[in-house]
Design a protein around this ligand. Sequence first.
Ligand code: NOJ
Length: 655
Amino acid sequence: MLVQAKGVGRITSPNGMLTLLTGVNTSGQPYYELQRGKRTIVSTSLLGVRLREGDMERNFRILSFSTAGKDETWTQPWGEETHVRNHYNELTMRLQQVRGKRRQLTLVFRVFDDGVGFRYVFPSQPFLHDFVIMDESTQFAFPFDAKAWTMPTDGTNYYEALWTASPLSTKPKVSTPVTMEVDDSLFMVVHEANLTDYASLCLRPQHSEKGTSVVKAELVPWSTGELVFAQTPFATPWRMLIVAKSVAQLAASRLMLNLNEPCRINDTSWLETGKYVGVWWGMHMNTMTWAQGPKHGATTANTRRYIDFAAAHGMKGVLVEGWNYGWDGDWTKEGDKFSFTKAYPDYDLQALQRYARSKGVRIIAHNETGGAAANYEQQLDSAFALYHRLGIKVVKTGYVNALMDNRELQHSQYGVRHYRKVIEMAAKYHLMVVNHEPAMPTGLQRTYPNLVSGEGARGQEYNAWSTDGGNPPYHLCVLPFTRILAGPLDFTPGIFRIEGRVHVQTRPQTTLAKQLAAYVVIYAPWQMAADEIENYEGQPAFTFIEQVPTNWQASRVLLAEIGKYVVTARKDRDSEDWYVGGMTDADARDLKIDFSFLDKDANYLAIIYRDGPEADYVTNPYPMVIDRLTINANTVLPIHLARSGGFAIQLKKMR
Ligand code: NOJ
């Protein structure tokens, strides 16, 4: 429907709470604003792009506004819940420059109850075919300077820095998501959705008046300085803003997924979720090596041990790193030497695969590229065809080093294109991908649900070898409201032998119970039990890892303050059972869990794994108490969490 051709376009969310206004200013530059009720929550923020072919920022006039909308519910093959409602009103503003080549640019805005998305569309037109984006002018101008949780982009490899909080205006250049705590009833997240053939979005604060904050888009460039090479017709990824009343609502937002395209994999019946163990932690703890030699981890005998363990404990997968040629030199610099099909002589690829299959377990193939993306692309088809023939279902990819001889960044358009090739090739061979050192995820798993998980965060491995002692206690209490809003995280929880072995001071800075809590709090459809398997033998706590599902029909955050504590409840996709995980930062805490989310007329057997009275992450991380109680929807359970402690609860519905 055409609404008006001049002036200000206006669109509200389906529930009427959010109103977006857009138009062009006196210089002909497009802008937008956002209001919640009567309160402005995004002030006038400029839009536009600068191309090598000329400026597309100013001198625009509005050709037309039109509106559309949608209300649909779609089903996730796997996820934090089964069904997602996609309900929005849409406003399209068509613009044309009044000078020069009279170029056309379209802005599409979608307003949902939980936030907004907008994107630039470059229509086919006489004087714009191939073009190069040199700058994106998109601003987010806030009439407040909120406490923001961010991760810096500079000085961190692979987006593996700690998230820290300070006023938005004081930040360096940061990656998205950016999570803002504005006040007790306003939380906002800036991120992007559907990053396709473009460069990752970062934000940099611009000069702003005291008490306000303005950030501007900065895209990750090619090594040659350009940001994006494109051709009309072209649409950018969505720039998105989640708007929520509470941190629980933030975590429940599915705005990013809704802004992605529907599933392109016709038959998704081969997709699975599950847990895995791996020939992995030993390499990070220096007890094994990826390379050949006396400590080689990926031997036939060692892998058989892991397969036996997986089969005995209900793990579907066994990750094996270091099985293939290429690890013997400095693999972080010589990625071209990696073969993705040729196994080391002490690793019997075919026999191990047969053995695994006979036990109902599958090997997870590991493809570390050392950043040599071209070498990987050359072998992709034949390697994935081989894995498919062998019955492999999951591939973990890795990019330790920037791409292409250390020239192109993971988050550049080059990287984004490369990762897409891998996902599409994997789909062809019915393989699921766990992408380490990825570009920051943007919800592509809606379109390609074989992209099951990824890294892009300081994972458990830092608790093996980082020189700063490991991840600080607050880290896991931040991730659900920052990185994990961007998608599943392969954090690899479940370290039971909590002691420094590479550096004495470096180890998981958690109690054992907090390691269990991560299986519920940290969302991933494939979850690792990351420790060396001998450390699970005879451990009653391991029963929780055996039992906890990795696919859910419902999820909710029950209690949380970002960076301090978080309690999450999730309902198993395949049963009536619930699981609850809770964790705290360096402060001990007494929380009360209200179980009113349970079915009203039922009793549940609760098996509670909690910190023992003497547990303390510094002095004694191990003590754990396992209780069995009957509870129901009226139960309010007090629970004590040790310093950097936690708890995990299995709730089995009783007949
Ligand atoms: C970094 C990955 O995050 C880690 O899981 C892997 O073991 C190494 N690269 C080697 O590929």
